[in-house]
Design a protein around this ligand. Structure first.
Ligand SMILES: NC(=O)c1ccc[n+]([C@@H]2O[C@H](COP(=O)([O-])OP(=O)(O)OC[C@H]3O[C@@H](n4cnc5c(N)ncnc54)[C@H](O)[C@@H]3O)[C@@H](O)[C@H]2O)c1
Ligand SMILES: O=C(O)C[C@H](O)C(=O)O
Length: 347
């Protein structure tokens, strides 16, 4: 596939929230401001295709690729692509500061993935420490950057990041995002298949968190409307909640979703960049600090703008099953959030 057609794919994926007139300006690199994006974990299963997709994004002028292993090869490879951004690879911990300095957006897919039989929470032991140390560096070198947290368990790693930033005196809730876009991507794909509508026209909000039943797709708000039975909606909900496990099992020990996640991560980072650049009506779902429920963090539709998170949007009206799903997810989400907070406070 030619680079031009991949970038137009990214363009189309966000077309619902932007006017065609804006798109013409935003995707002309001459008009776009300088923006640095850093990817931490850039040589991994997600990191590599995500690096490729961010290299294809004309809103990026500098791309910093950081990993503790394998970065030089990935950076050299990606840097040969004839698109706007200048690529630099950073391979060792002492180079992390330089990788981060001046970043507008930092994307974090660093950490271990699941194997069959594991929950996302089983990754906490290893990934909590990785995320904590990376966030300490972000607090030091680019405290104003928007942080896009991909590393699992997202329900805990986002609170970990918040606590680290608070402890360093740099926390700004408008800058921290748990990336739940893959849940939306899946919900759209599965809904389009069942409803037999064009997937490019589909919108489905997904709320809650990013693990099992904490992932709550709101198919009652899906558009275009389709006359699906309760059984169909239940099956779609379960498939969306189990989407990650479906991939983990299919990969049979060789990791979890990487390509679809790279796509989802690129869509969300693109939305952050558009917001920073002043595009109107940039709306995505994300796991953020929130007051829409009694939980301190929650995924819902959010509006992105020049300062990052401009507005956490309400949940809208829920079906009875969705209301039950919302109450059912709260205890698990609460305990995952508390686990992340406690990890930082006790260390
Ligand atoms: N949010 C989501 O929807 C979503 C989707 C898929 C995967 N994930 C998560 O993303 C993470 C990465 O998955 P993957 O498949 O890319 O794993 P991977 O093992 O293929 O890659 C992880 C990369 O992180 C690097 N890394 C480890 N410690 C690091 C550190 N301290 N600093 C910088 N880099 C470091 C490794 O060297 C490796 O290259 C996992 O935790 C996975 O569960 C999240
Ligand atoms: O399922 C996983 O472990 C990875 C990721 O969270 C996903 O949803 O694919």
């Amino acid at each position: 596939m030619k680079a031009a057609s991949l970038t137009s794919l990214l363009r189309r994926s966000n077309a619902a929230s932007t006017s065609p007139c804006f798109l013409r300006r935003a995707f002309s690199s001459e008009a776009a401001p300088e923006r640095k994006v850093a990817i931490l974990g850039a040589a991994g299963g997600i990191g590599q295709p995500l690096s490729l997709l961010m290299k294809l994004n004309p809103l990026v002028s500098r791309l910093a690729l950081y990993d503790i292993a394998g970065t030089p090869g990935v950076a050299a490879d990606v840097s040969h692509i004839n698109t706007r951004s200048e690529v630099k690879g950073y391979a060792a911990e002492e180079q992390l500061g330089e990788a981060l300095e001046g970043s507008d957006v930092v994307i974090i897919p660093a950490g271990v993935p699941r194997k069959p039989g594991m929950t996302r929470d089983d990754l906490f032991k290893i990934n909590a420490g990785i995320v904590k140390s990376l966030c300490e560096a972000i607090a030091k070198y680019c405290p104003n950057a928007l942080v896009n947290m991909i590393s699992n368990p997202v329900n805990s790693t986002v609170p970990i990041a918040a606590e680290v930033f608070k402890s360093k005196g740099v926390y700004d809730e408008r800058k921290l995002f748990g990336v739940t876009t893959l849940d939306v991507v899946r919900a759209k794909t599965f809904y389009a298949g069942k409803a037999k509508v064009n997937v490019a026209d589909v919108n489905v909000p997904v709320i809650g968190g990013h693990a099992g039943i904490t992932i709550l797709p709101l198919f009652s708000q899906a558009t275009p409307k389709a006359n699906l039975s309760d059984e169909d909606i239940k099956a779609l909900t379960k498939r969306t909640q189990d989407g990650g496990t479906e991939v983990v099992e299919a990969k049979a020990g060789k990791g979890s979703a990487t390509l679809s996640m790279a796509y989802a991560g690129a869509v969300f980072a693109d939305a952050c960049l558009k917001g920073l650049n002043g595009a109107p009506d940039v709306v995505e779902c994300s796991f953020v600090q929130s007051t829409v429920t009694e939980l301190p963090f929650f995924a819902s539709k959010v509006r992105l703008g020049k300062n990052g998170l401009e507005e956490v949007l309400g949940l809208g009206s829920l079906s009875d099953n969705e209301k039950q799903g919302l109450e059912a997810l709260k205890p698990e989400l609460k305990s995952s959030i508390e686990k992340g907070v406690a990890f930082v406070r006790s260390s």
